[in-house]
Write a protein that binds this ligand. Structure first.
Ligand code: FCB
Length: 482
């Protein structure tokens, strides 16, 4: 399956048709058979889904006793979010969730990845639960199940209860998260069988505490930022333990992570080894710690005096075995072997002409889809992998009631073809969640960057399927590339 481009297939099919037309006999036609058009068919039972997150779609920030979150505060701070946008209304999905289920059903997806707003369930982050929070999510989940859609639930997708003193700078927040995780899963695991603890360590730790572009908008020195990272992975690990203790037996626990994914510039052993080493180094403080139960020597040496303070038992908790790993796959990092350098590889910068989608950070490199799955499998041997997010922003002009986002279809088609390559080589990739079901509050970019396969008119809350929704529906219907 590998190394066959769509152009080659087209040529081969053309040749086969010509042979058949010329009536040149069975042998010649049979020789072309391996290149039949079903070459990008996925295995039966491969899960197709869509993903969203609570703060990005729900709105209703004061409804039913919800507590204030870090993103409420951040988005209401002038100058933090493009255009002064906030998640106050977003897609109004808190009220319109039944409409959203209809969109999912029309696509034919079997799964939906959604997140819970911690501050709806524990308005103060800990202490007394608010029964209306769990009631709401039970209704959402029941509505999905009635429509034959299996929910995959993320417990923390960046909206942190503001009442927790110090937020992620405080180690106690990790404990509070575990308590919330144990409670929420004890209430939902009769109907939800798959939970993801946290979404993207790097974003809620580094982007929020080192680079200052996400909530809470801090630029801490390395020693403090590394401690925040440690609290993030510790929160995940303690939550895994709490879920194992309080959820129904057999509940599947994992996480959704966006490692830095390296791609070898040339598929030859030296470059392939170099990019694998880079993948381990770049992610040693996050997925590496989770999968290995330790920080790598390289990470600790590089951090030096700024290395995180680790208490006894922390690394065991962080390394608690998970049932699956979710990967959020977007942009590549190209790497080449560099035998003269300290680590034996060089990271190549993106170039002004490197292709990008509508978000400046979203460089296009479909091969990253294959290498992400392969390197995570080779380095850490997860029992199962999901693509917990993949998708892109696009300009999405609304013309005569239609959004013909052929650029997004191009992006998805090319990435999914590379996921297929990983599946066909036997890596344990079980499903794919497209980011996103619909346009939503794209964090610091506000509503200016659209990632949905449904267009949302934020003035009326009307959802309009884009061309990419029709394309995805057809892919799901056939379970193969279209
Ligand atoms: C990921 C986030 C998700 C969304 C996409 C575009 O990093 O997890 O919420 O913003 O990027």
């Amino acid at each position: 399956m590998t190394g066959i481009s769509r152009r080659d297939i087209g040529k081969a099919l053309g040749a086969a048709a010509a042979v058949a037309a010329a009536g040149k006999g069975a042998a010649a036609t049979a020789a072309a058979a391996p290149l039949a058009p079903r070459h990008l068919r996925f295995p039966p039972g491969f899960l197709w889904g869509c993903a969203t997150a609570a703060y990005q779609i729900e709105g209703a920030v004061k409804e039913d006793g919800r507590g204030v979150t870090n993103w409420d505060v951040f988005s209401h701070t002038p100058g933090r979010v493009a255009n002064g946008d906030t998640g106050d209304v977003a897609d109004d999905s808190y009220r319109l969730f039944r409409e959203d289920t209809k969109l999912l059903k029309a696509l034919g997806v079997s799964t939906y990845r959604m997140s819970l707003a911690w501050a709806r369930i524990f308005p103060e982050g800990r202490g007394k639960p608010n029964p209306k929070g769990i009631d709401h999510y039970q209704r959402v989940v029941d509505n999905l199940l009635e429509n034959g859609i299996t929910p995959y639930v993320t417990l923390f997708h960046w909206d942190l209860p503001e009442a927790l003193p110090g937020g992620w700078r405080n180690r106690d927040t990790a404990r509070a998260f575990a308590d919330y995780a144990g409670y929420a899963t004890s209430k939902l695991s009769d109907r939800v069988r798959h939970f993801m603890t946290t979404n993207e360590f790097r974003c809620f730790t580094d982007l929020g505490h080192k680079e200052g572009i996400h909530a809470p908008g801090l630029k801490l020195p390395d020693v403090e930022a590394n401690q925040v990272r440690h609290h993030g992975v510790l929160a995940h690990g303690l939550a895994v333990q709490a879920i194992r203790a309080f959820a129904r037996p057999g509940t599947q626990v994992g996480l959704a992570e966006n490692p830095v994914f390296s791609v070898p510039v040339i598929e030859s052993p030296d470059h392939i080894d170099a990019a694998r080493r880079a993948t381990r180094d770049d992610n040693a403080m996050f997925l590496g710690a989770v999968m290995e139960g330790r920080y790598s020597d390289f990470y600790l040496e590089t951090a030096g005096a700024s290395a995180p303070k680790v208490e006894p038992g922390d690394m065991k908790a962080i390394g608690s075995p998970v049932d699956f790993v979710g990967l959020n796959v977007y942009q590549p990092q190209y790497v080449r072997a560099d035998p003269g350098s300290r680590r034996g590889y060089a990271i190549l910068p993106h170039l002004p002409s490197s292709p990008r989608m509508a978000s400046p950070w979203l460089y296009v490199g479909p091969e990253v889809a294959y290498w992400a799955v392969r390197y995570v499998s080779e380095l850490w041997h997860p029992k199962a992998l999901f693509i917990s997010e993949n998708g892109c922003s696009a300009d999405d002009p609304l013309v005569a009631g239609r959004i013909d986002d052929s650029d997004r279809v191009m992006y998805l088609r090319n990435y999914i073809a590379q996921f297929h390559r990983a599946v066909s080589e036997g890596y344990p990739l079980k499903g794919y969640f497209l980011w996103s079901l619909m346009d939503n509050f794209e964090w610091a970019d506000g509503y200016g960057k659209r990632f949905g396969i449904h267009y949302v008119d934020f003035a009326t809350q009307r959802r309009i399927p884009k061309l990419s929704a029709a394309w995805y529906r057809e892919l799901i219907r056939r379970n193969e590339m279209v």
